[in-house]
Design a protein around this ligand. Structure first.
Ligand SMILES: [Zn+2]
Length: 272
């Protein structure tokens, strides 16, 4: 068993095929996590968390993002690689492309987006919302494998579960989003609130509303299978090469200067 801090992968059933091992559910203050699988990948301890539940039963707006991220921290995880299926807005993209998003606009509406509902009032810095070290690793790994990877693209996270309207897609393009998905937020922000490194490897499953080229069902299916194999191989290789120490990333000390006052007693004093 490796004594390096474990890494987690959050994603769908395609990724699960590479992580086989014991499963356990973790109790958290926000409810139980889905069954989380533990395994070793290249000698490194890895957990797989199925974002939408064991049987893919939770739609994006019903995922218990707080329980998921809390459970991973409870397991000692320090790094999270999240996979997201996204629609392409940027017209340089084609279905099957991989994007390591650099930024995100949170357009979700109904989700619990923070662990800090009480004092101390905490405003986490997200000027680099994704861990730069993990992003670099994913980009370099994908390039090494000759994968068509895009790195300077921002994601829009929408509420779902419906897809976007053509007018919404035009708006998202205008504000600088190149991809759109329903699971990017608040997951990335919750990870930062617990000082965990987090990056997303997104794959373009289709073009967004109004941009869809006509593809046959067979082409879509083949693209999905191809992409899933590519994703898995990039993830396995990246996990094997994750640096042991946090290098110059803002994640592991995110709470420094995030809290207006350092403890509840001070808050009480201020309230008097
Ligand atoms: Zn980091």
């Amino acid at each position: 068993m490796s004594n390096k801090p474990p890494t987690a992968i959050i994603g769908g059933s395609g990724v699960k095929s590479i992580i086989k091992g014991d499963e356990k559910t973790i109790g958290t203050p926000y409810g139980p996590s889905p069954p989380i699988t533990h395994s070793l990948v290249a000698g490194r301890s890895v957990y797989f968390l199925p974002r939408h539940g064991e049987h893919h039963q939770y739609p994006p707006h019903m995922v218990n993002y707080r329980a998921n991220i809390w459970a991973l921290r409870q397991l000692g995880v320090e790094r999270i690689i999240a996979t997201n299926a996204v629609g392409g807005i940027n017209q340089e993209l084609t279905p099957g492309d991989i994007v390591i998003p650099v930024d995100i606009i949170d357009m979700t509406k109904s989700r619990k987006g923070t662990f800090y509902d009480k004092a101390p009032v905490t405003h986490i810095d997200v000027s680099q919302p994704y861990c730069p070290t993990l992003r670099r690793l994913l980009i370099d790994t994908a390039r090494m494998k000759k994968v068509n990877v895009h790195e300077n693209i921002a994601m829009a996270a929408t509420e779902g579960p419906r897809y976007e309207t053509p007018a919404e897609i035009r708006m998202l393009r205008t504000v600088g989003c190149g991809i759109v998905g329903m699971t990017g937020a608040p997951e990335a922000f919750l990870a930062r609130e617990l000082q965990l490194c987090y990056a997303s490897i997104s794959f373009v499953s289709n073009m967004a509303a109004g941009l869809q080229r006509q593809l046959s069902a067979r082409e879509v299916e083949e693209k999905g299978r191809e992409t899933s194999n590519i994703l898995n191989s990039v993830i396995v290789e990246a996990v094997a090469n994750i640096p042991e120490r946090h290098n110059d990333c803002p994640c592991s000390n995110a709470l420094v200067q995030a809290q207006l006052v350092s403890n509840a007693a001070e808050v009480e004093q201020l309230a008097r």
